[in-house]
Design a protein around this ligand. Sequence first.
Ligand SMILES: [Zn+2]
Length: 300
Amino acid sequence: MIYRRTLRREVACTGIGLHSGRAVRLRLLPAPAAHGIRFARTDVGVEIPATLAHIGGQDHATTLTRDGVSIGTVEHLLAALAGLGVDDVRVEVDGPEVPVLDGSAAPFVILLHEAGLRPLAVPRLHLRVKEPVEVAHGAKRARLAPCDHFEVAYSIGFDHPLLRHQAFTLRVTPRTFTEAIAPARTFGFLREVEMLRKSGLALGGSLENAVVIGETGVLNNKLRFDDEFVRHKILDAVGDLALLGHPLAGRLEATKAGHALHAAVARKLLATPGAWELVPAGTPSLEAAAVAPSPAPRLA
Ligand SMILES: [Zn+2]
């Protein structure tokens, strides 16, 4: 039996929002079992559960909204919580956006290690995919398929000489997430920065918190991985899928997808009768049980 987990103690940090450019203080607090992940805007007194039902916008980041109040760029923190297996936590922010920090989930992983994790007396349930579901928008595609563990297979391609194609597949565990995914930073194209700023986005963006791809190379001195870009897409997907409200036992296959498609395939899964079920974490699927050898008879 695997139990739900919360934080051992409260932790906090301060940073600026990627899109708003505003300074924000973030606090992560232990929460009781079945609380789930909830964001609280302490400056306006509104609490927003981290679920698909509260997605308010997905333009370059995932925003949660309730009663006209929003909290933006939640996906990297959600990815760190899901990646490390934190089920119940209260996230307090005193502004409209989660701090971007270095543009990856690594600072949140460090913060969670500082907090420590504590099991709660309630078993964890997995949301197990039973039947594949798929969404597509032009060449963009996202599919959720049955798998006994959480796995992501992602490929991206852009009309840019430095980023024609990248693909990466991994089974997401606290260890693989921490080592292979969490450090991958947000990226953007220099040619788009001006446009984003004109629409009031990326106001807090800089080479301190994003990898910027110019015409002939990356403006930052060096990448953390040769394929840092596709790894960051996996990071975003892990964060967006956390909005399902339960750890996923399934495989995400994504091609040129993004926040909107991650949420769309998750919504389609929940809306498809018989495509999913909640099972105690650690339960092998019926298919796996059917092919497993039966135990040898005991000779008394
Ligand atoms: Zn991201």
